[in-house]
Design a binder for this molecule. Structure first.
Ligand SMILES: Nc1ncnc2c1ncn2[C@@H]1O[C@H](COP(=O)(O)OP(=O)(O)OP(=O)(O)O)[C@@H](O)[C@H]1O
Ligand SMILES: [Mg+2]
Length: 466
């Protein structure tokens, strides 16, 4: 079983929506991340500001620094609507001179740098964000540095992050849903003509071989539909051909079969053995004629235009082949009082299927011999043209075929009026079909000697064969 190819709609949706959704998710993450880090930066700055304010209250005191921060000032400095703020002041030597000793110490703070360090930690069981900075105090000989740390709980930051999340993600989500809808609708609309095409084809009767309307068909599928229409046209022709053939065959067989039946009835009723024998001999002739007709019909069916695929061409010497067949015809020619001659030269190699080519030559010689007048000449000639084309000509001394009939005699069952010769009008139709299977061309001209006709079959040069 062939793996089922996913539908075009699914492929389009996957290719459009997949990357679009990934882009939107990345965009959301990036926007969220940058907004949160900017707001953290602002909060970190104000934390650093508080640390600087605290440092302003460190005063030199004899041997070391002292924190001079009144409870009132401390309250003003540390009070915050949402968060609890803690601080800790440590001397360079590590002694805590003020604030909450439990504020987590920085991992490392470079002794020569006054750049603040920001870090996270836990204080009294709550996560906090801490700033630690080295701050100068005093002047002249009494000056020095202390380490000031300020810690703040995360309520404000967390709320802001949530707010940002809501304001960024919700619109992005709405955007995602709308983009999905737009893509889905776009794809559906875009594929609409294909769906209509499918309906138009699936609702068709199997007898309707009219071309599919291409007006509404998108450019991409147009070549495909054109090909299908082309195929239907060919199919229609083949069906027509076969229907016509069946009708013709039935019509042509009906009369001789009915005749045969009547003749048998008459023969059965005949009491006299001698006359019954005579009837039987007539019956034999009729049956022979019927069998020839059936054979011709089968030959026609075998050589219909669709038989091209079954054709097995091989290189063949037309000169030798035509000579051999002409010789087989000699007794028949003598019987008709016709002088059958052959004109040929060297080998003329063509591509052909021997059985079909024999059928073609037989039919042409048969006509020439049958329609030539008593004592007439029939000449079979083979020649090679300069461009490699092989040519077979058969000239006879029969009645000239009028120009207006020269195309029609190749039609099935078409015979010239006024003839007395037996025939069903299929010979030249068979010749024409076999010639076209071989890519050969037939011409019919008045014979060069002014009496009779010359039928020529011109085979394509061998190199032109596929
Ligand atoms: N060489 C010829 N000279 C004169 N008339 C010809 C010649 N060949 C064909 N015709 C005419 O063309 C008609 C069609 O020929 P075609 O071979 O198709 O059928 P047919 O000979 O009548 O019957 P059959 O099916 O037995 O061949 C003939 O009936 C005849 O009138
Ligand atoms: Mg014939």
């Amino acid at each position: 079983m062939h793996p089922v190819e996913p539908s075009l709609r699914h492929k389009l949706l996957a290719w459009l929506l997949g990357p679009l959704l990934i882009l939107l998710v990345l965009d959301t993450a990036f926007t969220y991340w940058t907004s949160v880090s900017f707001s953290n930066l602002a909060h970190d700055r104000s934390l650093h500001e508080i640390a600087r304010e605290v440092a302003l209250h460190v005063k030199p005191n004899g041997s070391g620094p002292r924190l001079d921060l009144s409870p009132a000032a401390e309250k003003i400095l540390l009070v915050d609507q949402d968060d609890r703020v803690f601080y800790k002041v440590t001397t360079a030597g590590g002694a805590v001179i003020g604030g909450d000793p439990q504020v987590p110490a920085p991992l490392k703070l470079r002794p020569d740098s006054d750049k603040p360090a920001f870090y996270g930690g836990t204080l009294h069981g709550e996560p906090v964000r801490v700033v630690a900075a080295r701050m100068p105090f005093g002047e002249g000989a009494a000056s020095g540095t202390v380490i000031v740390q300020v810690a703040e709980t995360l309520n404000k930051r967390n709320r802001l992050a949530r707010d940002i999340l809501a304001s960024v993600v919700v619109p992005q989500l709405i955007l995602i849903v709308m983009a999905t809808l737009a893509v889905y609708m776009g794809v559906s609309r875009g594929l609409g003509p294909l769906a209509r095409l499918e309906r138009a084809v699936s609702h068709r009767s199997h007898l309707d071989l009219s071309p599919i309307d291409v007006r509404d068909v998108p450019g991409e599928v147009r070549p495909l539909v054109d090909e299908v229409n082309e195929l239907m046209l060919r199919l229609g022709k083949t069906l027509d051909f076969q229907n016509r053939f069946i009708a013709d065959a039935a019509h042509q067989l009906k009369t001789p079969v009915a005749g045969l039946k009547t003749q048998i009835e008459l023969a059965l009723r005949e009491p006299e053995p001698e006359r019954a024998r005579h009837s039987l001999a007539q019956l034999y002739v009729s049956a022979d004629r019927l069998s020839r007709l059936v054979r011709q019909l089968l030959t026609l069916a075998r050589n219909e235009p669709g038989a091209m695929d079954a054709l097995q061409l091989k290189a063949l010497d037309l000169n030798a082949f035509a000579l051999e067949i002409s010789m087989e015809w000699a007794p028949q020619a003598i019987k008709h009082g016709v002088d059958l001659g052959f004109e040929g030269g060297g080998a003329v190699i063509i591509s052909a299927e021997p059985d079909r080519l024999r059928e073609l030559i037989n039919n042409l010689i048969d006509n020439a011999v049958r329609y030539s007048r008593q004592g007439g000449r029939v000449t079979v000639a083979v020649a090679q043209a300069a461009d490699g084309q092989g040519q077979l000509s058969i000239s006879d001394d029969g009645p000239s075929i009028p120009p207006e009939e020269r195309t029609r005699i190749f039609e099935r069952f078409h015979r010239l009026l006024g003839g007395h010769t037996e025939g069903s009008g299929l010979g030249l139709a068979i010749v024409s079909e076999i010639a076209s299977l071989h890519g050969a061309r037939i011409t019919l001209e008045e014979d060069l000697d002014g009496v009779g006709n010359t039928f020529s079959v011109i085979f394509p040069p061998r190199a032109a064969e596929g």
